[in-house]
Design a binder for this molecule. Structure first.
Ligand code: IPM
Ligand code: MN
Length: 333
């Protein structure tokens, strides 16, 4: 978060960008302060904001908490009504050797995963956990599917005009409706081509032909799983940002990685994911795409100069990487 805010400040300096920043405790910090991951004051704060920027939220310290940090995250997403979670996966040519896959397979990979975020298996009722049995429910209404499809198809129009629908419609009722509603969109978006893919095959295709995809629209749980797989294609999960959008202008920005307890306190967390998240913030909330492009350029120059954290094979620490990115903002677009 610190790295991200420093870059935000540097890239907006003297650029006629004005914003007010308020900080609120959340997740583990919320539990420490008030016993709850999503305290009432934080709720009031986020509802009054145009955008919410969230860093990672949990850790072993709170795994046994009555209300876990993750529960707070789900409440936050629901409270903000941000049903469309956008997770772009771009393989940077300068990092291609870091990918666990062969360079010729991941080359030119640039897709956008659109994950439904406020329904499905994460929120379906009833749910139950006893020592004898356990129950979760997957539920989707037509309206919940339609609105996320619309976001995905609209974004496809600004990209390569192709959508891949992910589901398990050979087994699940919710997936049958998912696929049907997806195909109904074609009437409104005639220039967008659509294909379908079962989620198991999708797990395979992301490894065998990741550069064939443009926009991928997936239900909540499948998108959670596939976006971690997708992130790994780029060489590290520490690179991928996300933005979640709802009906109005309000948006939630968060890196897709977790709190990485294994390296906590070592000062070596990869700031790229948060810095990329700042770029999304500048694009979607500030409507200043040229500043986002500036960050993209600075990140690429930083990678090319080899100043990267250990997860990407480097030996730089977080603050060094951040300072280098800020320095590289000067170097042109
Ligand atoms: C994510 C995370 C969350 C999710 C967890 C922390 C609840 O894995 O944002 O992908 O499953 O949505
Ligand atoms: Mn996840």
């Amino acid at each position: 978060m610190e790295a991200g805010l420093q870059v935000l400040q540097a890239v907006t300096a003297g650029k006629n960008v004005h914003y007010n920043l308020s900080e609120y405790p959340f997740g583990g910090a919320g539990i420490d302060q008030s016993g709850e991951p999503f305290p009432a004051s934080t709720k009031a704060g986020v509802l009054a904001a145009d955008a919410v920027l969230l860093s990672a939220i949990g850790g072993p310290k709170w795994d046994q908490a009555t209300i876990r940090p993750e529960t707070g995250l789900l409440q936050l997403r629901k409270t903000l009504g941000v049903f469309a979670n956008l997770r772009p996966t771009v393989v940077n040519p300068a990092l291609i050797e870091r990918s666990p896959l062969k360079a010729q397979i991941v080359a030119d990979t640039n897709f956008l995963m659109v994950r439904e975020l406020t329904s499905g298996a994460y929120f379906g009722e009833p749910r139950r956990l006893t020592q004898q049995d356990a129950l979760d429910t997957i539920y989707y209404s037509r309206q919940e599917i339609e609105r996320v499809m619309k976001v995905g198809f609209q974004l496809a129009q600004t990209r390569k005009q192709h959508v891949t629908i992910v589901d398990k419609s050979n087994v699940l009722a919710t997936s049958k409706l998912w696929r049907q509603v997806a195909h109904e969109q074609v009437a409104q978006f005639p220039n967008v081509t659509v294909d379908d893919c079962y989620v198991d095959a999708m797990a395979m295709n992301l490894l065998s032909q990741p550069n064939q995809f443009d926009v991928i629209i997936t239900p909540n749980l499948f998108g959670d799983i596939l976006s971690d797989e997708a992130a790994e294609l780029t060489g590290s999960i520490g690179t991928i940002p996300s933005v979640s959008l709802g009906k109005g202008q309000r948006a939630l920005y968060e890196p897709i990685h977790g709190s990485a307890p294994d390296i906590a306190g070592k000062g070596i967390a990869n700031p790229f994911s948060m810095i990329n998240t700042i770029a999304l913030l500048l694009k979607h909330t500030f409507h200043r795409p040229e500043l986002a492009t500036k960050i993209d350029g600075a990140l690429t120059r930083t990678i090319e100069s080899g100043v990267v954290t250990p997860d990407l094979g480097g030996s730089a620490i977080t603050t060094e990487v951040t300072q280098t990115v800020i320095h590289n903002l000067e170097g042109g677009a």
